[in-house]
Design a protein around this ligand. Structure first.
Ligand code: SF4
Length: 225
């Protein structure tokens, strides 16, 4: 995989650094998880969410809509069909956003490494902040992973979401390989990159050119009875 770098972080005068740190502290203590349950690893989530392990004591709670969620949890293997929905979901989440890949299947395909129907490496399609490996990992491992993410956010070190904008051409290229050149989503990722000041050398390229050629105006969905 092409190496992707992202510039970090606290710069500017002391007052802005204090505000950044306060921001990051508050953000780290109030995280909403959109749990996109893609594989068998999802079965470990009920104990994580309920009284036995109780993730709410860390300030983490489930959220049903991508627009209000901070964390996208991918809980196992992702089929190519499902990956399309995962991408749509990821792009609709507001930034900063964090992705956790649970299960070995998100790291390298796991036991589906040879399958024609699954995506093997999640981080070829979106930046992943944290992997919790195992087949499947226990709730203790998930709680420990959440603690690591919280610590990284507090330290201002969980900035992988910026990679998506700075290296959009790379991610889009991998998506086009799987979904075809006609692939497009309703989200104007390049417009967002400009908005956040995150246009990098990898934002534009041959794949964004293809997208611009094929992009169609979005049509409202039709409902038929
Ligand atoms: S790592 Fe194991 S438990 Fe997790 S999704 Fe893959 S096969 Fe299922």
């Amino acid at each position: 995989m092409k190496e992707i770098k992202v510039e970090n972080r606290r710069e500017g005068n002391i007052l802005s650094r204090v505000f950044d740190e306060l921001n990051e502290f508050c953000r780290a203590r109030s995280l909403f998880i959109l749990h996109y349950c893609t594989g068998c690893g999802a079965i470990e989530l009920p104990p994580v969410m309920t009284s036995r392990f109780d993730m709410e004591r860390l300030g983490v709670q489930p959220m049903v809509t991508p627009r209000q969620a901070d964390i996208l949890l991918i809980t196992g293997y992702v089929s190519i069909k499902t990956l399309k929905r995962v991408m749509l979901t990821y792009e609709q989440m507001g930034s900063p956003k964090y992705v956790i890949g649970i299960c070995s299947c998100t790291v390298n395909g796991g036991m589906y490494w040879q399958s024609y129907a699954t995506a093997k490496k999640l981080d070829e399609y979106m930046p992943v902040d944290l992997y919790i490996a195992g087949c499947m990992p226990r709730p203790e491992a998930i709680i420990s992973g959440l603690r690591s993410l919280i610590r990284n956010i507090e330290l201002g070190e969980s900035n992988n979401w910026k990679k998506y904008y700075e290296n959009y051409d790379y991610y889009l290229g991998n998506q086009q390989k799987l979904f075809g050149d006609e692939w497009q989503t309703p989200v104007d990722v390049i417009g967002e990159a400009e908005h956040y000041g995150l246009v990098g050398e990898g934002t534009y390229g041959e794949h964004t050119e293809i997208l611009q050629r094929v992009q169609q105006p979005l049509k409202p969905l039709e409902m038929r009875l």
